[in-house]
Design a protein around this ligand. Structure first.
Ligand code: UDP
Length: 357
């Protein structure tokens, strides 16, 4: 029997970890203890969230969030260390690139507990992004790196991973597993009136929300797109707050809604005609659901989507966004395997079990 402690803090991490947790429950020889740091706690992550998403409820809720990066990461390390000393797991599982990821990896590695990093090896090559710092440091102190793509493996090799005494595995992407699972459960948001085509958009990255010039250009472009096709915009609290101080306002053709639960989100993704986003996860979901994607960032970790022309990078340039929407010819043959075949979770759990036998 092996014991794993999973550290989660943000909604996308729960979505990703759900597939691995469901896989773990199929094995009699693995036990999972889930720790929710509280990093991104909101009403959409209440008990209902775990029930409707078929995700096991966390065993520990640390209630840390809302403070600066340093304070948050420090408090998490302290609390996670306490949990690890009590639970004595064989592995600590961390996902992605948040402060919870880094805190979990640091606390575990200092106690000589093996760390498995899921979604390892991704790089934006932009050290101003907090996510980039979290990923690089987490990769460096993990015992096993589960990479979603060959690009991620190439990035690690360029950093000299062969000298780190770390195992590297191409697992495929756990979000692909999730997309297949949740597609069957998708639900239309009940209070959203829609007829015909619509564009789906999200904006939440600090590089866009905290920069007035960038946010203004993005909003102006969205307003222009909305003149020809309604845009549905589930608004992130950070973006909402920043928009209140901006001269430019969202046009009435943009349907601004509060952040939606994931089953509603999957419905929106599956039914929209195009996605405009700065989210990492949504870029991949666009591909899983065969929708073209305009990415409102200067770089992306998911370069294979750009290389295959499923996605176009436009930054926060108003004209580039509008031109991409009106004129860009996206690839439309989605019959290409970029993220594995939906078996990532199974291969990850197998690797953890085999590493201990
Ligand atoms: N998402 C959601 N409801 C929303 C906005 C996003 O369920 O109102 C989902 C989205 O489909 C994706 C994940 O949350 O799976 C992405 O989260 P986010 O954009 O916050 O972060 P990132 O992917 O950039 O880490």
């Amino acid at each position: 029997m092996i014991k794993v402690v999973t550290i989660l803090g943000a909604r996308p991490q729960f979505i990703k970890a759900g597939s691995v947790s469901r896989e773990i429950t199929l094995h009699n020889d693995v036990r999972e203890v889930i720790v929710h740091t509280g990093q991104h706690y909101d009403a959409n992550m209440s008990d209902v969230f775990f029930e409707e998403m078929k995700i096991p409820k966390p065993d520990y809720f640390l209630g840390i969030g809302g403070s600066s990066h340093g304070a948050m990461t420090g408090q998490m390390i302290e609390k996670i260390e306490e949990v690890l000393l009590k639970e004595k797991p064989d592995w600590v599982l961390v996902y992605g690139d948040t402060n919870s990821t880094l805190a979990g990896a640091l606390a575990a590695s200092k106690l000589h507990i093996k760390v498995a990093h899921i979604e390892a090896g991704l790089r934006s090559f932009n050290m101003k992004m907090p996510e980039e710092i979290n990923r690089i440091l987490t990769d460096r102190i993990s015992s096993i790196l589960f990479c979603p793509t060959q690009t991620a493996i190439d990035n690690l090799e360029n950093e000299g991973v062969d000298k780190w005494q770390t195992q590297v595995k191409l697992s495929g992407d756990v979000m692909q597993d999730g997309a297949l699972f949740y597609k069957e459960l998708a639900e239309k948001p009940s209070d959203l009136e829609l007829s015909g085509e619509f564009v789906l958009s999200t904006i939440h990255r600090a590089e866009n929300t905290d920069d007035e010039v960038r946010l203004t250009a993005i909003i102006e472009a969205i307003n222009e797109v909305a003149q020809t096709c309604p845009v549905v915009l589930p608004i992130h609290p950070r973006t909402k707050a920043k928009l209140e101080n901006l001269t430019v306002k969202l046009s009435v053709n943009v349907k601004v809604i509060t952040p939606v639960g994931y089953l509603n989100m999957v419905w929106l993704i599956d039914n929209c005609k195009l996605i405009m986003t700065d989210s990492g996860g949504l870029q991949k979901e666009a591909f899983f659901f065969e929708k073209p994607c305009i990415t409102l960032r200067d770089e992306t970790e998911w370069v294979e989507l750009i290389e295959h022309n499923f996605n176009i990078l436009v930054g926060a340039n108003k004209q580039a966004i509008i031109t991409a929407y009106n004129e860009h010819r996206f690839a439309n043959d989605y019959n290409v395997d970029l993220y594995g075949n939906g078996m990532a979770s199974e291969s990850i759990v197998k690797a953890l079990v085999n590493n201990d036998s």
